[in-house]
Design a protein around this ligand. Structure first.
Ligand SMILES: C[S@@+](CC[C@H](N)C(=O)[O-])C[C@H]1O[C@@H](n2cnc3c(N)ncnc32)[C@H](O)[C@@H]1O
Length: 302
């Protein structure tokens, strides 16, 4: 679509508000209607136009459809959106919408996991240096058959997939699995699949060379059982890698859906039977409050 058309489409006040609110969080038509106080036909009409112009996409979620900003906008659409977003970022109408959304979320108690499905990477995107260092080192890593437990919406797929012969993404959240499957389809990769199941119920037919828990253990109701299932899925000599949080006492972790206040090294060690000399390494804490501290645990199955 030519720039003129993209600009005309996007500066419509309602469509601008819709894009701004979707940039914060993926929403269903009903939620867009409620947050922006629109009639259903108006919300649907504007969403259809934004979708046709390539600014947003939608994904089935149960009987509803959830709309989100496209990560893979065409370069012209991306330029137009970046420019308009900068121009309007202080607009009071957009601030009112954002406050309205936050209020509705508090009232509804919607789970953090379902809300961020499809935009998880934005909640903890690394700085450019760390991102590029990770990309530089990854080619040295061979994951073989790899199960990524609590894979979420597959924010890590682009990094993990080239290093794996098969990547099995495991997650029980319908919203995450649906967003992850869409990501796989967009990337056109055939050696990745999603398994919609809880880690505690994991049962794989093919033995894994690597099992990963990347910031997922604190979300899992029964971590001991989940780790036992993961270790039984590993081939002898296979690697288990857990990145989680060290034990803490910040109750605000509940807001992000954590079921556990992190873990002690002793917890993790006791849940890794069959793993030879597990390494448990506290990593640097966050520099700002509440200063969560990542905890890395890994080892090989004997
Ligand atoms: C913070 S996300 C981590 C996503 C991903 N590992 C990443 O680094 O981008 C935590 C994920 O754990 C998933 N989860 C919650 N309970 C689980 C369970 N019982 N088994 C496996 N995953 C679970 C959630 O649905 C969510 O997608």
């Amino acid at each position: 679509m030519p720039y003129d058309d993209l600009l005309r489409l996007i500066v419509d006040p309602t469509r601008l508000r819709i894009l701004a609110i979707l940039a914060q969080e993926p929403l269903t038509v009903a939620e867009v209607q409620e947050v922006l106080d629109l009639a259903q036909s108006s919300a649907s009409g504007h969403l259809a136009k934004l979708k046709a112009a390539g600014f947003i996409r939608d994904l089935a979620e149960g009987s509803a459809r959830r709309y989100r900003l496209r990560e893979d906008m065409e370069p012209d659409a991306r330029r137009v959106w970046d420019c308009v977003r900068d121009l309007y970022h202080d607009d009071p109408r957009l601030r009112v919408d954002a406050e309205h959304l936050a209020r509705l979320r508090l009232e509804a108690g919607t789970s953090w996991v379902d809300r961020v499905a499809g935009s998880l990477h934005r909640t903890y995107a690394p700085g450019r240096s760390w991102d590029s260092i990770a990309h530089a080192l990854l080619p040295l890593v061979r994951l073989g058959v790899c199960a990524d437990i609590g894979a979420g919406d597959g924010a890590m797929i682009e990094m993990l997939a080239p290093q794996a012969t098969t990547l099995i993404c495991v997650d029980p959240s319908e919203a995450m699995v649906s967003a992850g499957r869409q990501r796989i389809a967009d990337l056109g990769l055939s050696h990745i699949r999603y398994l919609a199941c809880a880690a505690e119920d994991l049962s794989l037919t093919e033995p894994c060379d690597t099992v990963l828990f990347l910031q997922s253990l604190q979300y899992i109701a029964d971590p001991a059982r989940a780790l036992a299932r993961a270790i039984s899925a590993l081939a002898p000599g296979g690697h288990l890698v857990i990145l989680t949080l060290a034990r803490h006492d910040h109750d605000d972790c509940r807001r992000y859906g954590h079921l556990h206040h992190g873990f002690s090294p002793e917890d993790l060690r006791s849940w890794m039977p069959g793993i030879q000399t597990p390494q448990i390494i506290p990593l640097l804490p966050e520099t700002t409050g509440p200063r969560y501290q990542p905890l890395l645990a890994w080892g090989r199955k004997g």
